[in-house]
Design a protein around this ligand. Structure first.
Ligand code: ATP
Ligand code: MG
Length: 252
């Protein structure tokens, strides 16, 4: 059965602004963003280059702070938190996946996945067990000792996804997770995101590709730092034109 998003609000943004200052220039990358995301939603963020997608993901992931507005994550107001508290929230509640994987090249897959657990109270054996279990969950039981340069692109991204999941985050954020992968590998990574969604994970993916967005349930389109449209994927007019019968391989 396809899970439906619950009523529990994981993310609540109100009037979020992010202004960059470069010399005397002032760039308004986010211009009054209001957004709510509930538990187990599966969301795509789309929009032209420069529309603010990565800036929004960085604010959601507590990698960056808004210059105005309020951001509640799991009911906790992050806006007034100090840097140390924000770093803890980021470690415990956010899983981030990047286009370029960002794995540590000298470490095995399992050591990469164990990294975020260093801040937990677990001893080394428990960290090892948890990392191994999550590598199994992403289909990499046979690759735990491989270093990144001994893995394919798709396998590297699976390790990065395992690392993002190991602390059991409230939300998984992925910025162009298939941007460096060929079509077939992208499909298998999207299959993994679909599986995680079915298992109850809340997921937000930034993408330029309509076929990637077609896997999700809700599509947010940004323009000039604002949310231009926000609707269920099956009602999104661009999706309906591009894929009248739905995206091949995507959950119906
Ligand atoms: N560190 C920065 N300093 C100054 N301006 C920035 C910085 N980061 C982003 N910007 C500007 O903010 C705007 C939004 O950038 P952002 O990276 O969020 O766009 P994007 O939608 O992710 O684009 P892309 O699809 O190309 O990744 C752009 O005009 C960009 O030039
Ligand atoms: Mg970007």
């Amino acid at each position: 059965m396809i899970p439906t998003a619950s009523d529990r609000c994981i993310i609540r943004l109100h009037g979020i602004e992010r202004i960059y200052r470069v010399g005397v220039e002032r760039i308004c990358a986010l211009d009054g963003v209001d957004l709510e995301v509930r538990e187990n939603e599966y969301v795509a963020i789309m929009g032209p280059s420069g529309s603010g997608k990565s800036t929004l993901m960085n604010v959601l992931g507590c990698l960056d702070r808004a210059t105005a507005g309020r951001y509640e994550l799991d009911g906790v107001d992050t806006t007034r938190m100090g840097d140390a508290s924000l770093a803890r929230v980021r470690n415990e509640r956010i899983g981030f996946v990047f286009q370029s994987f960002e794995l540590l090249g000298q470490m095995s897959a399992i050591k990469n996945v164990e990294m975020p657990l260093i801040y937990s109270r677990d001893g080394w054996w428990s960290r090892h067990r948890r990392a191994k279990a999550v590598l199994e969950r992403v289909g990499l039981a046979g690759r735990v000792k491989h270093r990144p340069n001994q893995l394919s692109g798709g396998e590297k991204q699976r390790v990065a996804i395992a690392r993002a999941l190991v602390c059991e985050p409230s939300i998984l954020l992925a910025d162009e997770p298939t941007g460096n992968l060929d079509t077939r590998t992208s499909e298998s990574i999207l299959g993994l995101f679909d599986q995680l969604h079915r298992e109850g994970q809340t997921i937000i993916i930034v993408t330029h590709e309509e076929s990637v967005a077609g896997h999700t349930r809700r599509i947010i389109r940004m323009r000039d730092g604002k949310i231009h449209s926000d609707m269920p994927a099956e009602q999104d007019p661009v999706q309906r034109t591009a894929f009248p019968n739905g995206v091949e391989g995507a959950p119906k």
